[in-house]
Design a protein around this ligand. Sequence first.
Ligand SMILES: NC(=O)C1=CN([C@@H]2O[C@H](COP(=O)(O)OP(=O)(O)OC[C@H]3O[C@@H](n4cnc5c(N)ncnc54)[C@H](OP(=O)(O)O)[C@@H]3O)[C@@H](O)[C@H]2O)C=CC1
Ligand SMILES: Nc1nc2c(ncn2[C@@H]2O[C@H](COP(=O)(O)O)[C@@H](O)[C@H]2O)c(=O)[nH]1
Ligand SMILES: [K+]
Length: 479
Amino acid sequence: MRFLDDRRPGWDLTYDDVFMVPRRSAVASRYDVDLSSTDGTGTTIPLVVANMTAISGRRMAETMARRGGLSVIPQDVPLEVVAEVAGWVKSRHPVFETPITLSAHETVSDALALLPKRAHRAAVVVDAARRPVGIVTESDCDGVDRFSRLEDVMTTDVVTLTDDLDPRGAFDVLAGTRHRLAPVVDHDGVLVGLMTRTGALRSTIYAPATDDDGRLRVAAAIGVNGDVALKAKTLLEAGVDCLVVDTAHGHQERMVEALRAVRGAGIDVPVVAGNVVAADGVRDLVDAGADILKVGVGPGAMCTTRMMTGVGRPQFSAVLECAEEAARLGRHVWADGGVRHPRDVALALAAGASQVMIGSWFAGTHESPGDLLVGPDGRAYKESFGMASARAVANRTSADGAFDRARKGLYEEGISSSRMFLDPVRPGVEDLVDMICSGVRSACTYAGAHDLAELHERALVGVQSASGYSEGKPLPAGW
Ligand SMILES: NC(=O)C1=CN([C@@H]2O[C@H](COP(=O)(O)OP(=O)(O)OC[C@H]3O[C@@H](n4cnc5c(N)ncnc54)[C@H](OP(=O)(O)O)[C@@H]3O)[C@@H](O)[C@H]2O)C=CC1
Ligand SMILES: Nc1nc2c(ncn2[C@@H]2O[C@H](COP(=O)(O)O)[C@@H](O)[C@H]2O)c(=O)[nH]1
Ligand SMILES: [K+]
């Protein structure tokens, strides 16, 4: 990456402060851009879901991995639950979605409770042998008594797809029969998954992030306290593909000790550590055994650290400096936090990040763990909260005595309750992934880059004024 006219400013920058200048390009199509990472995590798109309890759970993990990304299960989740989640993710089909299944004698009320768990808002009704006998959507349940049985409301005109059909073939069947989605069955007619028309299209564009056995990948986080080596080994035995050692201030001695302990335990998956924002932090954590550095103090949407402490660093400069140092040492960085638009992802990658972590933006999707709630204005939302908020600290310390809990409760650097509204046009995390990847692919072609290494190499970045930034915003309602 080069600054325009080689003018590197003497102050720090964040994503809004910078822009990329188009370069002469030989990349003919946005589909010719390869978004896979080279940091050893096996992703095919450079997106990682942040280790936040309100955001990263099993549904998020399977959905993201199916499209080539990775999710980090947070350190606040008990190890035995993380093991169960990892096993579940690995048992999911790498191409077909996991359907909601109900039986014909269950009720409309049962279906309505489960439908918001899926962006495609449908359930498959199956018989005792798990063969599809009907489909139920919200419109089937409209104006019907909630205790009605599904056999009385379901659509029985079910088109099924066989599991040997390729995604293009599945798309054509769905388009030809004017169906939005269909159950996928094996040669005995038993349900193995679900395919939507958009999902079939996506399967021709994305490749799942899979391990050597073809199973979906998942990452998990641990903190720096307790027996970190034992925790790391337990997670690896559970099948976790990438380990994140995470604390607010990553450049601290306890982190160095934790990393040494993890490395001493012979952990052979990529180890990510953070958070840091400067080259000396990168050096020390690489020296202690980190393969990847997590970069960002204070940019997160749920984060009050900069307001509470004055500590942090504008994220673009933090990523740039850490990525330069990591590359010098043969390591990588993940840009963590502060992403609000696809452009922020493109700029983080231009600065040299191998992945971009997203938290709050993905909280407002069907795949985040929380229940779908509806505000008085009818807008759907999910609740989110920061991992250093009073709410998260209270959860994390629930096993401590009252005195210790009270002491720890004094330190709060995050928001305990926020509403992340679902975008009615993009209510699923895959809709947001589509938007982000389209933006990043397009950014690569403007830069003349076939892949992310070339994007970083060729990016020409200028510094803009606040009015330069606002000029780039669309004005859908005139001015
Ligand atoms: N990227 C960011 O800007 C930030 C991210 N977070 C996220 O919140 C989650 C919780 O992290 P964390 O608060 O570290 O909690 P942890 O549970 O990981 O514990 C932090 C430990 O480090 C000690 N510590 C010393 N100095 C600090 C400090 N300045 N901030 C926090 N702990 C300190 C604490 O001891 P004692 O309590 O005695 O001081 C405690 O033992 C993580 O996921 C983290 O990434 C949190 C804040 C900022
Ligand atoms: N200072 C705090 N930082 C937090 C907290 N919870 C999460 N985080 C950090 O934010 C990113 C995600 O950023 P986002 O803008 O995409 O939401 C996450 O990975 C953490 O590093 C918190 O309570 N306080
Ligand atoms: K912030």
